[in-house]
Design a protein around this ligand. Sequence first.
Ligand code: AMP
Ligand code: GLY
Length: 429
Amino acid sequence: MGSRKVLVVGAGGREHALCLALEKSPSVASIMAVSGNAGMEARWKCERIKNGDRDAFWEVVERNKVDFVLVGPEAPLVDGIVDFLAERGVPAFGPSAMASRLEGSKVFTKKFAQEHGIPTAPFQVFTNPTAARAYVRKLDHVPVIKADGLCAGKGVVVADDIEGALGAIDAILERRAFGDAGAAIVVEDKLHGQEVSIQAMCDGERYVLLPAAQDHKRAGDNDTGLNTGGMGAYAPAPLFTPELAARVRTAIIEPTLKGMRERGYPFRGVLYAGLMIAPDGTPNLLEFNVRFGDPEAQVTLPLIEGDFAEACFACAEGKLDESMVKISNKHALAVVLAAYGYPGNVRTGDKIDGLDKLAGKPDVIVLHAGTRMLGGDLVTGSGRVLNVVGLADTLTGARDRAYEAVKEIRFEGMHYRHDIGARALGPAK
Ligand code: AMP
Ligand code: GLY
């Protein structure tokens, strides 16, 4: 057994997947989380603190003699949690606040991409709503409107008509729906094609690409309904051929790592590139995230072999060796089970049944997200409740395993998409 005492920051399916990957790592002695969910609590120590309470966080780190931290979500990264820990001598896997601007500011990222020749949609930046409206009215196409800062996934408006784009400008710049995160906007051309999520584990200079994943953002089958945090994913995505991977490496990942290094902010952690692959095969950058995707982590972390914790530690120390991250030949597919009302007003407290039938089932992993214990029962706690992951030698097999397992689980109001993987496999059976 190893000696590393690792703490995971976060409470969703991504963080549950991180804990499982750490558990498979020989270098790890103990795992704990701040704040976790019912699934994580059942297996690892979890402590609850108020989001952003640095004193309470540091007290947990010290008392538990934590010597390595993995940060799941973007908000604490942008907020400088990695710098905070570094100043106190505790290494963490994740970028500094300055490097986290790649997710924390869309204006920063668009200008960065422009400067370094990284392919991305043409754009303009506005802080003045009158100027923004005048610009949009003159366009002969409908642009995408993006708030500059972090908006919990709600700051991008892909409108169907000019009125919709003007409405987004009003909401963000005029009414400040996202507060200071909407002090500036990016107005950019709409891109068409297929989206793919690329995650690279980076040490500032070297990097390893993880299997490409495809997320399903709309709530309903066939990409209908409202946008969500993600209703399912699969990896590897067959769309991401070796030729495309080579282009993404040289056109997007490598210039980004080089550019950040040159600016004095080497990027350490997971660089997530959300790409739109044009019909002619050109990869365009939609956005960067500075952490694992959710639900992309749920389908990529189970494919990592070798000592994941050691690879994360090497990234934090600037000593990554590609051989540290081995990828299995399997395929993974995750179906998100959502609560009644999601992605609108969510009802919580519904009792979840059937998980016992899946315990020990090979190649099925149930990752908790919005779950909690209530009077001895496992109940729904937020919109995305569980991720059911199937693993198999083929994508079809992974899909069948995941959907067979879904049949065992029940709670009032449970809903999910029936077509996860359809883009790669054709419509569901
Ligand atoms: P996020 O920043 O993850 O909330 O991204 C929002 C989503 O908006 C992306 O996953 C795309 O589906 C879409 N999107 C963002 N920018 C564009 C664009 N220029 N053209 C078309 N769709 C876009
Ligand atoms: N699945 C998209 C994200 O994590 O932002």
